[in-house]
Design a protein around this ligand. Structure first.
Ligand code: BGC
Length: 752
């Protein structure tokens, strides 16, 4: 049979089938359409829908043991592929989609997945950074822009947001989440999903979002990547699951398994998580995709003896699509025939996948996301660059500002800029920038030069992590101090020194756990050497995780946490340093004093001996304070805010009103993020000493006072018991309102 004949024959078949479904469109619901297709599918074709291959460009995980991470064309043509990930560019998406719809028997379109984590071409601040803005609208807008650019490149599915709560800065992926607090992370997650998925999929810019990694991945033991997770039910229900539940309730379409085992059961084969909770209790109707190779990894977990058993466990548990394990496509047909996996399980998974393809409108127009003109027009659009600049400005946290060293004056002569990161146009793009182009960020050097002509630069030292890329890292201990002399000379001759120190862009992220979280390489040494010759140092931190910068916090007069802010990093940093923007961000992860304090987080439980006595028998370290270096919710401003008049009105027990007055006592207009925490003082399960339950971000003009009101309902006052039931217990509650989790006004009330 000639190729031409084959193509035209299958195209004809596709047209007939499409026409049939078109004919039914007027009356049929999506469910009926799904059912109709299902009836026509062979077992192999059904299982094919449950198979996701990597495209031929970049791999975002290790090659499977059974072959290379390359799409298998013969399988694609046989209709044995439901989705492809990591395909870059409309022409490549189009090529594969044409094969799927024109050359396969049933012409079912493919889903194209991609890690659009903090932008596609235009890069936004890493999620940990943007969470510090506490600005859910701006975050929603950032994912909307990311969806516009991703969809302009043919992508219809992003593997974001990452909703893993983490309390361990050693874990490299803290950069990808919203920090340590489940309440804030839930609000941010819902906003991210709204931005990605839009109001409806009738828009060509709405793409599927993914809640990942379900569940517990942020609690990997010792912060070591892919490690086991052992946690209590109380933590699972009250800390880990709430962001997932929130996005499921808000209509997210897909969920991704986690790599880790959860109390001994790998998440990918976890019936309780996937079936009992997600699909049955929460009534999730979308599809569950495995993480990269996580089905086959159940063998290494010691949970499955081979790939057939791994496929059986995953499918039965409720995993609908296999990313890069090849276990479903290679094993499931046989397993169904042998009766190990019920065809009903397969049908359910396939229905979930087809339903989503219908909802996206791919059956009506498989090339809906393939528009070369849009691809040319929309990537790096000036509107998008403006949006990332604004979010970056909102994400910068002012950690210290002794004697008002900041903001710098534009008239300031002789400003030294030191540190290799200051002149690095990649690191500040962060780790997940797989579609973006190298060297596209505005560096700090460029940003400062856009505002001042008095900047002189010396590298001083490299960050020193050896050769690195998204997939590889060779660690070398680079002790090269030859650049110190020039930097010291420059610092001596300058009025003020800006030092940009921190991590290389690939030093945090997946596969990047660290056992030390101080400044890597000789950067600490460089900082101390410069300090000897000039004390007027502004330290700009550029990093993907909280760092233990205790010496700097004690000695350096001004510190800003600039994270990795994306395409407009330099302009954002410069605007804050020169006071064009008044910083307003607040930390969403606690900064430890040393790695030994980890896990350290504000919403911890109490213990039987929390208070210092006159002997050693209380909960403490003998060589370190219990206090964090910077607490959750901490961040300064060029304005000064004073809280007073905390008031609680319990007239309506179902709607408790809390109010507080905030005065801007400075001469500078500024934004403040007022935070409300509660403490359930006596309960049937010990509750955290503080839990964030509300916040408000508000502009307060110079010398102006504003009264802020919060409402507490049962939603805020209740919690999940160890059976996963939400309960509200009467009794005494402490309410704390303030500028960060440590600096609060307190009052108590009785909940009836
Ligand atoms: C990561 C996921 C990601 C997937 C596909 C995995 O290694 O854990 O978060 O979505 O690769 O790139």
């Amino acid at each position: 049979m000639s190729l031409i004949y084959k193509i035209s024959f299958s195209t004809l078949l596709w047209l007939i089938l499409t026409n049939q479904s078109n004919a039914q469109i007027l009356s049929a619901t999506i469910e009926q359409k799904v059912e109709n297709i299902l009836q026509k599918m062979t077992i192999e074709e059904k299982i094919g829908q449950m198979n996701q291959y990597n495209g031929f460009w970049d791999a975002t995980g290790p090659a499977p043991k059974s072959g290379s991470s390359k799409i298998k064309y013969d399988n694609l043509k046989k209709g044995l592929v439901g989705s492809v990930l990591n395909v870059k560019g409309v022409s490549n998406v189009r090529k594969l989609q044409e094969i799927a719809v024109k050359e396969t028997r049933l012409g079912i379109p493919l889903l194209f997945g991609f890690d659009v984590i903090h932008g596609q071409k235009t890069i936004f601040p890493i999620p940990l950074a943007s969470s510090c803005s506490w600005d859910v609208e701006a975050i929603e807008n950032s994912t909307k822009v990311a969806a516009i650019e991703a969809s302009a490149m043919g992508i219809n599915w992003t593997f974001a947001p990452m909703l893993d709560i983490s309390r361990d800065a050693r874990w490299g992926r803290v950069m990808e989440g919203a920090g340590e607090d489940p309440y804030l992370a839930s609000l941010i997650g819902v906003a991210q999903v709204k931005g990605f998925q839009g109001k409806s999929f009738s828009s060509n810019h709405s793409i599927l979002a993914t809640a990942k990694h379900f569940a517990g991945y942020g609690f990997v033991e010792a912060g070591r990547e892919y490690n086991a997770v052992n946690i209590s039910n109380a933590q699972l229900y009250n800390v880990i699951l709430p962001p997932f539940k929130a996005v499921v309730d808000s209509g997210i379409k897909t969920v991704m398994n986690a790599f880790n085992s959860l109390n001994g059961i790998p998440a990918t084969g976890n019936q309780f998580l996937l079936r009992d909770l997600l699909k049955d209790k929460w009534k999730f109707k979308g599809l569950v995709v495995s993480d990269w190779g996580s089905i086959i990894e159940m063998i290494d977990h010691g949970f499955a003896k081979d790939s057939a058993e791994a496929a059986t466990i995953a499918a039965n548990a409720g995993c609908d699509m296999d990313m890069e394990s090849y276990a479903f496509v290679d094993q499931l047909t046989e397993l169904v025939k042998k009766g190990k996996v019920d065809i009903k399980i397969i049908d359910e998974a396939v229905k979930r996948i087809l339903r989503i393809k219908f909802e996206l409108g791919l059956f009506d127009n498989p090339f809906k996301y393939c528009d070369e003109n849009k691809e040319k027009e929309l990537l790096y659009h000036p509107r998008h660059l403006k949006a990332t600049l604004e979010l970056a400005q909102k994400s910068i946290v002012l950690l210290k500002n002794e004697n008002n060293l900041l903001p710098l004056k534009k008239s300031q002569k002789k400003i030294a800029l030191i540190g290799s990161l200051a002149n690095d146009k990649n690191s500040c793009l962060g780790n997940w920038r797989i579609a973006s182009d190298d060297n596209t960020a505005i560096s700090v050097l460029e940003g400062l030069q856009n505002i001042s002509s008095n900047i002189s630069y010396a590298k001083g030292a490299d960050v020193a992590i050896g050769k690195t890329s998204f997939v590889k890292q060779t660690i070398v201990n680079d002790n090269d101090t030859t650049g110190f002399a020039d930097a010291i000379k420059l610092a001596k001759a300058s009025e003020v020194v800006i030092m940009v120190l921190g991590e290389n862009g690939f030093q945090s992220g997946e596969g990047r756990s660290r056992s030390k979280i101080d400044l890597p390489g000789v950067q600490q040494q460089l900082l101390e050497e410069i300090f000897k010759v000039n004390k007027n140092i502004v330290l700009v931190l550029m990093n993907g995780r909280p760092l233990a910068i205790t010496w700097a916090a004690q000695n350096i007069p001004a510190i800003i946490e600039a994270w990795q802010l994306g395409s407009q990093t330099g302009n954002a940093v410069a605007s804050v340093l020169f006071g064009e923007v008044n910083p307003s961000a607040k930390l969403t992860m606690t900064f430890p004093r040393s790695v030994g304090q980890i896990p350290i987080y504000y919403n911890h439980l109490s213990n039987g001996r929390p208070n210092a006595g006159n002997n050693v028998f209380w909960s403490h370290y003998s060589d370190e304070s219990n206090q964090p270096l910077y607490p959750f919710g901490f961040g300064l401003s060029y304005s000064k805010f004073k809280y007073s008049n905390l008031n609680i009105d319990t007239t309506n027990n179902e709607k408790i009103k809390v109010s507080v007055t905030i005065k801007n006592t400075s001469n500078v207009d500024g934004e403040e993020i007022a935070q409300l925490y509660i403490h359930d003082k006596v309960s049937s399960i010990s509750r955290p000493v503080k839990e964030l339950k509300a916040f408000k971000k508000l502009l307060i003009k110079a010398n102006e006072s504003k009264t802020v009101e919060f409402i507490l309902t049962n939603n805020e006052l209740g919690y999940y018991n160890n059976n996963g039931n939400f309960i509200i217990e009467a009794g005494e509650f402490e309410v704390m309102v303030g500028t960060n989790s440590d600096d609060v006004l307190k009052k108590t009330f009785n909940k009836m």
